[in-house]
Write a protein that binds this ligand. Structure first.
Ligand code: DC
Length: 201
């Protein structure tokens, strides 16, 4: 089945968890498009030009072990405003979306720009406080020393930049199904996503 599921939303809303779970449920391939921007951001922190980095991105770059740090997240969000960086990443994402067995892509502009014809579009969100608390727990679990306040400020700064940029800003597609995970367990959030995807059969 060639079905494309586009899942967008702000940082730490639960997109990644939901995307992995629904990909597994339906047997679709999954692409976390944030990793592309994080890999470019990590290169920029090493002094490489963002557009050159985006054009030369390889599969190994997506496996670098520092991509989940707050520094790389901010660098990713900053490079993601550059139109030529975004343009360099479009073909790869669209080719992935057209995989024969079905594909789930999660990011910020999948339903609006990358796959406007996706069969299913979800917009996963949650309050900034809930998202910051989740990210704080994730980071402190990995030994990072960032405080709750720092993590909340980081989340808000990224929301602000991602939603207000000129190029492919974060916003729900007109036909997206909204899922607010603020008060949902992971199981309930995944069940809502599965139901929304099944409903589009
Ligand atoms: O989903 P994430 O937190 O890994 O994304 C990191 C940054 O990359 C995010 O703050 C904005 C950017 N991004 C984007 O602009 N478009 C996407 N499709 C995915 C991520």
């Amino acid at each position: 089945m060639r079905k494309t599921v586009a899942i967008d939303g702000p940082a730490a809303a639960g997109k990644g968890t939901i995307s992995k779970a629904v990909a597994q449920h339906f047997g679709f391939a999954h692409l976390d498009t944030g990793l592309l921007y994080r890999a470019v951001g990590a290169k920029v922190l090493q002094g490489i030009d963002p557009v050159e980095a985006a054009k030369a991105l390889t599969a190994e770059d997506l496996e670098a072990d520092n991509l989940r740090t707050p520094e790389v997240a901010q660098a990713a969000s900053k490079t993601a405003v550059v139109a030529d960086v975004r343009a360099a990443l479009v073909d790869f994402q669209r080719a992935f979306a057209r995989r024969a067995g079905g594909a789930v892509l999660d990011g910020r502009d999948i339903g609006t720009v990358i796959c406007p014809n996706a069969e299913v579009k979800l917009f996963v969100t949650a309050s900034a406080e809930v998202r910051a608390e989740r990210r704080y727990l994730e980071l402190s679990g990995k030994g990072h020393s960032d405080t709750r306040e720092e993590v909340l400020a980081d989340v808000k700064a990224r929301d602000e930049r991602d939603m207000n940029r000129a190029e492919a800003p974060l916003k729900p597609a007109e036909d997206a199904v909204l899922i607010d995970t603020s008060d949902l367990s992971i199981e309930d959030a995944v069940a809502k996503a599965v139901a929304a995807i099944t409903a589009k059969d």
